[in-house]
Design a protein around this ligand. Structure first.
Ligand SMILES: [Cu+2]
Length: 110
C-alpha cells in the first residue's frame, strides 16, 4: 500500500511536471571574483532559471545586476538566489556585479 501511494505521488508529480513548460535550471557559483560559468548558452525563446550561490565574502560581488532586464539583487553569502530570465530573442543578456567589474552573460543563439 505504501508502494502504491508512493507510485501515485510520483505519477501525479510527473504529470504536473509535464503540464507546465520546462524551465532549465542553471547553477552559477560566485567565487574568487568570478561567475562560474560566466557564459551561459541558451536558445532563442528558452526561459531559464538561474540559481546563484555566492561563496566569497568580498563586497564586490554582493550585488548582481542584469542591466537589460532591469534586475538588481543582493547575493547573501551561502544563500541560493533565484533569478528567472524570460524567453529572449537572439543576442546577449549581460550580468555583472554592482560595480561593473565581474561580468558574465547569457548568450542567446540558435
Ligand atoms: Cu564588484
Amino acid at each position: 500500500m505504501k508502494t502504491f501511494a508512493l507510485s501515485l505521488t510520483l505519477l501525479l508529480g510527473l504529470s504536473a511536471y509535464a503540464g507546465s513548460p520546462t524551465v532549465r535550471e542553471i547553477h552559477v557559483v560566485v567565487d574568487k571574483g568570478a561567475y562560474s560559468p560566466n557564459r551561459i548558452d541558451i536558445a532563442p525563446g528558452e526561459a531559464v532559471r538561474l540559481k546563484f550561490t555566492r561563496r566569497e565574502y568580498t563586497p564586490c560581488t554582493k550585488e548582481i545586476v542584469f542591466p537589460s532586464l532591469g534586475i538588481t539583487r543582493e547575493l547573501p553569502v551561502g544563500k541560493e538566489v533565484v533569478i528567472d530570465v524570460p524567453a529572449q530573442a537572439t543576442g546577449e543578456v549581460p550580468f555583472r556585479c554592482g560595480m561593473n567589474m565581474v561580468k558574465g552573460s547569457l548568450v542567446v543563439s540558435q
